[in-house]
Design a protein around this ligand. Structure first.
Ligand code: 13P
Ligand code: SF4
Length: 302
């Protein structure tokens, strides 16, 4: 799609419909360019509570738009493509969590926001990759079930003292694909580059990194770095933002196809159609939304 046409048309529709566009760093670069705010999961959850406007057009995967809806029950929340889901979020269902809770009442359940509203509703508190350590430290229970990401869970377990942390067997297939062999290959090719990774990466890969952080923490690190080359161990869309921030730095994806196909379903064409037709509206069952909101708001208070 023609860039100028797209940008102008979106601007016109946003004003006409009093719409706000929120986008995750992993979506297409052109979509990021028309967004009112680009952020990671935590920043977007916070923003969703603060922004004005009648419509929130959420450019990210479904659980993110669902979180925005849960925090804004009276507003219209749209997602450009409702099939854009998160593969990790699908690795746990609410019934399994309820069963675990019944059998293990001594555990607190800490749930990564990359999960469905149903799963959030049966959790004690949510977290994102940016605040997972603080959230786990904040719970009173000594035993914690962390779900669904075993990699983020093991990262948290390394940082938190005095708690027994049990991790669910879920993972992000996009970050999991970065193996030690791939990481060694790219490090050898760019020996003078700094290596940053997301905590959704495998432990062995995290152990090779110079910096570990959520997407917004990686952005902050890059903003302040003296390095001239950075190997980026997270979804490639982030590099679009990093290049705008630091045109003087060379960015290298840790592996060539570091792409979340689900995020890339949010194309400029679908974004435009979503605003024109006011589709696809995100709905969450009121009872589920109420319970999930408690877990999300508890997180936002930490
Ligand atoms: P953050 O936005 O918390 O960095 O998480 C990355 C991710 O995989 C989002 O789906
Ligand atoms: Fe889910 Fe992984 Fe895609 Fe993030 S990158 S939305 S965790 S599949």
């Amino acid at each position: 799609m023609d860039r100028t046409y797209f940008i102008n048309k979106i601007k016109e529709l946003k004003e006409e419909k009093r719409a706000v566009i929120l986008a995750h760093y992993y979506v297409d670069g052109l979509v990021q360019d028309v967004a009112d705010f680009v952020g990671d999961s935590l920043e977007l959850a916070r923003k969703a509570r603060e922004v004005e406007g009648e419509i929130i057009l959420f450019c990210g995967v479904y659980f993110m738009a669902e979180t925005a809806k849960i925090l804004n029950p009276d507003r219209k929340v749209l997602i450009p493509y409702y099939k854009a889901g998160c593969l990790m979020a699908d690795m746990v269902i609410a019934e399994e969590v309820e069963e675990f809770r019944k059998e293990n009442p001594e555990y607190a359940v800490v749930t990564y926001v990359n999960s469905s509203a149903d799963v959030k509703a049966v959790s004690d508190i949510c977290c994102t990759s940016a605040n997972a350590v603080k959230v786990v430290e904040s719970v009173r229970a000594e035993k914690v079930l962390f779900l669904p990401d075993k990699n983020l869970g093991s990262y948290v377990a390394e940082k938190v003292q005095g708690k027994e942390i049990l991790c669910w067997e879920g993972y992000c297939p996009v970050h999991q694909k970065l193996t030690v062999e791939e990481a060694e290959r790219v490090r050898k090719k760019y020996p003078d580059a700094v290596f940053v990774v997301h905590p959704e990466c495998r432990k062995e890969v995290r152990d090779m990194a110079d910096f570990i952080g959520s997407t917004s923490q990686i952005v902050k690190f890059v903003k302040e770095t003296d390095a001239r080359k950075v190997i980026v161990g997270t979804e490639k869309g982030t590099i679009h933002w990093l290049r705008k921030l630091r045109p003087d730095v060379e960015f290298i994806p840790a592996y060539s196809e570091f792409t979340c196909d689900q995020m890339k379903m949010i194309t400029p064409e679908r974004v435009l159609k979503a605003l024109e037709r006011e589709q696809f509206e995100v709905e969450v069952d009121l009872k589920v939304a109420g319970k999930a909101r408690r877990a999300i708001e508890k997180m936002l208070e930490v």
